[in-house]
Design a protein around this ligand. Sequence first.
Ligand code: PBE
Length: 267
Amino acid sequence: TEEVSVGEQLDFTITGIDAGAGIMAATENAIETYGLDDYQLQPSSGAAMTSALDAAIEREEAIVVTGWTPHWKFAAYDLKYLEDPEGVFGAAESIHTIVREGLDADLPEAYQVLDNFYWTPDHMGEIMVEVNEGAEPADAAAAWIEGNQDIVSEWTNGVDAVDGEAITLAFVAWDSEIASTHMIGAVLESIGYDVTLMSMEPGPMFTAVATGSADAMVAAWLPATHESYYEDFKEDFVDLGANLDGAKIGLVVPAYMDIDSIEDLKN
Ligand code: PBE
């Protein structure tokens, strides 16, 4: 029998997400670094990536996707990260909260809650799993808040209620950021804010907070994933630090695939 190479099984395709995502640039880097010259990175969206993954797993076919943690796909499927001996995808990432200049003076209560906001990959994952199972993000966020009053009260303790002041949160419709942004938006609503969530591309998200057209975001993956966006704007906004530690990006395959490392994609 003739051996079909890993590359042929994969149609020399890495299934990506939206073109502006940091993981897309990192994957182009990996293609270069590991000499995967025959491969193409296929841009799509987070939703299209997970449906391609689902379809491949259904048929037990080969697939490699741009993957990240926290993400519900690791709860839904048996997956593995490919080892990255060259360290192209960086080590552990944190997700930072970033606010516009002047927010502390203009909306001090919101600033305080955003500054206090900190949770774990498991917490975020709980909302993501609900949303993947069909819940509206706002409903999943409300249910999580309801069930985690002890955690939420650590962010809101001692913060005064407000009277319908407007606040705008920018985010990108990645599953992880849909979860976090709806959750913190609902917490701000619970203390009296009139919250608007604005979904946009990653570049515009950083621009919006840097120019003040959005008040805040909770979606900056650092130090590596969003490094280039961050470097462009870091003088123009306020980084409140990590709201989550232990995030990760990389190339992900179903566990049944007989490869362990990005290097094996060359076979
Ligand atoms: N992600 C999820 C984003 C950050 C959050 C890993 C897909 C990115 O690559 O930019």
